[in-house]
Design a protein around this ligand. Structure first.
Ligand code: SF4
Length: 240
């Protein structure tokens, strides 16, 4: 059966993602925009589960931006050590917290430009915070979203920012935040980077599988996907 044109594939894709992952949301534990921002920074190259193990003690020790900005570097590093790259993350966290205090009275701003002006905060982190802490629409292009968007024929861009703008034109705004979480889940469970499970994928009818090596599917097809409904992971910066 010929592949439907892109415009007619998008609603089909979104409907199937809703069916597969109806409750997709951020898996990081947080109780405020500040906590989410900290958790997202910590989640680079680290699982959400590991971050969630670290943050209760971290948030108890540093309950707000002022406390975090004044943190003893060695103590902070020790608290976040399990998340990896702890020296760089500690430096970013302290600098980011100091900027929050200096520029925003210790509060996390909602505006994308204000967020991306913070040390250690790129568009991925900013969109995640805006979407999950403030309910503002944003597409978080991490490694999964970028890869799936290209395979699905939604964009040709490798550059995350160009891909984000292409997706913003293509997808309805109401789907941006939830769709990001859903696509991340699908990337983790089915459309793996090396061996996408195309033969078991329910998106296959409207996926041109662009760039997918034909040899990759049969190997991966022996493994059962588990596209069960569930919560998504945080739109991670570097995790695969
Ligand atoms: S059909 Fe294959 S390439 Fe397309 S989304 Fe599914 S697993 Fe990924």
């Amino acid at each position: 059966m010929p592949m439907p044109p892109l415009k007619s594939r998008v609603p089909l894709l979104l409907a199937e993602l809703d069916r597969l992952y109806p409750a997709a949301e951020c898996e990081l534990d947080f109780a405020s925009p500040f906590q989410l921002l900290v958790a997202v920074i910590l989640s680079a190259q680290c699982t959400d589960r590991r971050v969630n193990q670290v943050t209760p003690a971290l948030f108890a020790r540093y309950p707000d931006a002022a406390a975090l900005a004044a943190a003893d570097p060695a103590e902070l590093e020790e608290l976040i050590r399990p998340t990896g790259f702890f020296r760089a993350k500690a430096k970013n966290l302290r600098a980011c917290a100091a900027a929050l205090v200096e520029r925003h009275g210790g509060e996390v701003p909602e505006a994308l430009d204000d967020l991306t002006a913070l040390p250690g905060v790129g568009r991925k982190t900013a969109n995640c915070v805006r979407g999950d802490a403030f309910g503002l629409p944003g597409i978080t292009v991490d490694t999964h979203v970028g890869r799936l968007a290209r395979r699905l024929g939604l964009t040709k861009h490798d550059d995350p920012v160009k891909a984000e703008f292409a997706l913003m034109k293509l997808l309805p705004e109401a789907s941006w935040t939830r769709g990001s979480h859903q696509i991340i889940l699908h990337g983790r469970r089915v459309c793996h980077a090396r061996r996408p499970l195309c033969s078991d994928c329910t998106l296959a009818a409207f996926c041109p599988q662009i760039g997918v090596l034909k040899s990759s599917s049969p190997q991966g097809a022996s493994r059962k996907p588990s596209p069960r409904p569930g919560r998504s992971g945080r739109p991670d910066d570097l995790k695969t």
